[in-house]
Design a protein around this ligand. Structure first.
Ligand code: ARG
Ligand code: ASP
Length: 720
């Protein structure tokens, strides 16, 4: 414990010596960050990264469809992101005759680029601190809910009144858990077309087995293009639109990366929780993660059994399976990592230091009660959080019949509250929206998942928060009854059920056993779980705000960064391997050779396209090989990233693109809660592999020609 405490104090008081992760606001890098970045080897200034009056790196880095990041890599609006970020678009253009997921896709001209109706990318124009405006009058208000409402009103007002151009939007987000507010002026482009994608055997090589794992060999990239109107402004899709001329685009470097090279990752990390008290981390490790993992474990096993037997089911469930498996696997790694890195003990010794400092600075009145309060509420809320997780995972996430039932439940509520008109408006959209769900629906798979997951819910969720409709039942009989009688097991059945006048439809719904069960679970959720959970969660939110404020105040020299909130951030570090366990050392780079080592002919995860094998055998790597003649594939570095950073550019000391972020290493997946610089690494595709696939594999030289390629300076290399 003493050792831990010393480590903590060291970290907190000598921040510059250990590179500690962090996701920083790009407009606030001057000072500590700039110094640290330069000491790590950065040759740019922070105004090259973010500037309002001149073009800067930020003008090349939009958010991609809300959940990923992308970067502009040519003067003609060419956009690079991950294969797994463009997956939905690639899939939507695929048919049995043209299976772009399987075979890849390469547009040979602008005319062949494929429009995507629901895709948009959003650039940041400028960032402003608006804390004063948003907190105006809030302190004087009593009551947490009332305070929250006042903040929301100030946000809405400022959002409306803030000056912007006609084609721009304004978005306001909280930082440091309610202690700071930032306003973003943004520009969204809605005409974004698919330009190129490698086959899944390159873009998704290793699939779920290799997901979250190093060493990795995935060419996880795809290419799009932004189109604008004649004035270079955002516009809806039109065939008259032209390729967008960006304010800045990233040159692509084929200089390569070496151990200890500076890298920064620029993008839109979604959510982290780095400042939780130890009690919250204990809850995650001991209660929440195990429950969620167990549910998904069962659901995945059922789906996998069917997918292995039946090719049609495999296609129907591929994308759903990947998305359920992604966080299932992440939670397993996260729990292991939190335990192995002693996250709870480290938090606890930090809490002792917190109390010590609060005492020294005479702040016990204000902050002395925080930790006991946290402990008390986390204890009280745990059964409610668990019950909520069971409901969300089983009803909303893993079981499709119940999730349709829940949508119908909302429809019934719309009828109760808004009458016939509200019902009909909602019904038409709902029925239309569910067509795509039923296209990929298999009754037997869903039935199997129902039996397993409802059983877990009924037997393992806190008993006093579980409704009698699923408590201690014969789950096989329950499943048989529902899946033989409910209309919700097919799209035709659903449409028939939805036919008629609102009052009749609702009456028929209530007679349906599938709907009846979903309704009983939803009723239980909204009357027994949500009200208590929401009340305590609001108290925790208020405690967390004060705790955050206190940490900033009591640890003035600490490197405290705001938790990720889907806004543009900079993270930086060095290219470096790591030691995952005793006697095991991972180096920082993988090569195409590793693809051939993992190659399993015909396997759905580890097959390799013949053309790639040929290129490997003839060593036809063009200018993309390293100095030893090997083709680099993926590399890792100490950049602190999270979900949403997928597709983010990895940028070198000079502002060139050297890689494309797409994942993290297994041992470091706990970095959303506790970042450990010894083992947390982000995984990137080497820019040279991306160019190699475009150039040598796909023969799409015209795309290479529109980029600005930064080539090795022979003289500089020779001197080393
Ligand atoms: N783990 C990465 C991220 O969280 C990649 C996920 C996509 N790949 C996959 N095999 N599911 O998004
Ligand atoms: N794969 C993640 C993403 O899609 C990135 C991560 O979690 O490291 O954003």
């Amino acid at each position: 414990m003493k050792k831990l405490l010393r480590a903590i104090v060291l970290l907190v008081s000598f921040p510059i010596f250990a590179q500690q992760g962090g996701m920083w606001v790009p407009s606030l890098l001057k000072g500590m960050n700039e110094k640290e970045m330069k000491s790590l080897g950065m040759k740019m200034s922070v105004t090259d990264i973010y500037d309002v009056n001149n073009s800067s790196l930020k003008d090349a880095v939009p958010q991609f469809n809300g959940g990923c990041t992308a970067e502009v890599i040519s003067s003609k609006g060419l956009l690079l992101t991950n294969h797994h970020c463009g997956y939905g678009e690639i899939q939507s253009h695929s048919t049995v005759e043209h299976d772009y997921l399987q075979d890849g896709f390469w547009a040979k001209s602008y005319e062949e680029e494929l429009p995507n109706p629901d895709l948009e990318v959003t650039f940041i124009v400028s960032i402003h601190d608006v804390t004063k405006e948003i907190m105006n009058g809030v302190d004087a208000i009593n009551g947490e809910a009332e305070k929250k409402a006042a903040v929301q009103k100030n946000i809405n007002d400022l959002q409306k009144s803030y000056k912007r151009e006609a084609w721009q939007s304004v978005m306001i987000r909280t930082f440091f858990e309610g202690n700071q507010y930032m306003l973003f002026v943004t520009e969204s482009f809605e005409d974004v077309r698919l330009v190129g994608a490698p086959p899944s055997s390159i873009g998704k090589f290793g699939s779920d087995t290799d997901n979250w794992v190093w060493p990795r060999h995935t060419g996880d990239f795809s290419l799009f293009r932004i189109y604008a109107d004649k004035n270079n402004r955002p516009a809806k899709y039109s065939k008259d639109n032209v390729p967008y001329t960006p304010k800045h685009f990233l040159p692509v470097s084929i200089n390569g990366v070496e151990q200890n090279d500076f890298t920064m990752v620029y993008g839109y990390p979604g959510r982290t929780q780095e400042y939780l008290p130890s009690f919250a981390v204990e809850q995650i490790v001991n209660d929440l993660n195990p429950a969620k993992i167990e549910i998904r474990d069962k659901a995945l096993k059922v789906a996998d059994g069917f997918m292995r037997q039946d090719q049609a089911i495999k296609i129907q469930y591929a994308s759903k399976y990947a998305s359920i498996a992604n966080y299932w696997k992440k939670w397993i790694g996260e729990s292991q990592g939190l335990k192995k890195s002693n996250a709870v003990a480290i938090k606890k010794s930090f809490e002792q230091e917190f109390i010590k400092r609060a005492n020294e600075k005479n702040k016990m009145n204000e902050y002395g009660n925080l930790l006991p309060q946290f402990e008390k509420i986390y204890k009280e809320i745990t059964p409610y959080t668990l019950a909520r997780d069971y409901f969300q995972e089983v009803v909303l996430r893993n079981n499709e019949l119940l999730s349709v039932g829940f949508r119908l439940y909302q429809l019934e509520n719309a009828f109760t509250k808004g009458g016939e008109q509200a019902f009909n408006d909602r019904k038409d959209n709902l029925v239309k929206g569910l067509e795509s769900l039923y296209k990929d629906y298999n009754k037997d798979v869903d039935h199997g998942i129902f039996n397993e997951t409802v059983k877990l819910y009924g037997t393992k969720a806190p008993a006093n928060l579980t409704p009698s409709s699923i408590k201690d039942k014969d789950y096989v009989a329950l499943g048989n009854d529902i899946y033989s009688k409910s209309a919700l097991t097919s799209y035709d059945g659903l449409k028939k059920l939805m036919n008629g006048k609102a009052a009749d439809v609702v009456k028929n719904m209530q007679k349906d056993p599938g709907y009846a069960l979903a309704k009983s679970l939803a009723d239980n959720y909204f009357s027994n779980i949500a009200p208590n959970y929401d009340k305590m969660a609001l108290e925790l939110e208020s405690l967390q705000r004060t705790y955050m404020k206190a940490q900033l105040e009591l640890f003035p020299d600490a490197r405290i960064f705001p938790d990720a909130n889907s806004t543009l951030r900079v993270t930086y570090g060095k290219v470096n391997g790591y030691q995952p366990s005793d006697a095991v050392t991972y180096s920082h780079v993988t090569y195409l050779d590793g693809v051939m080592e993992k190659y399993v002919p015909g396997d759905y995860e580890f097959d390799v396209p013949q053309k790639l094998i040929d290129l490997y055998n003839t060593k036809d790597f063009g200018p993309y090989a390293d100095k030893n003649g090997k083709l680099p594939l993926n590399f890792i570095a100490t950049n602190h990233t999270t979900g949403g950073n997928s597709g983010s550019p990895a940028i070198d000391a000079h502002g060139n693109l050297i890689g494309l972020n797409f994942d993290r290493v297994w041992e470091g997946t706990m970095s959303d809660i506790h970042y450990d610089p010894a083992i947390c690494r982000n995984i990137m595709v080497d820019a040279r592999y991306i160019l190699f696939v475009i150039d040598k594999y796909a023969g799409a030289k015209h795309l290479i020609e529109e980029m600005k390629i930064v080539k090795p300076k022979e003289t500089k290399k020779a001197k080393r």
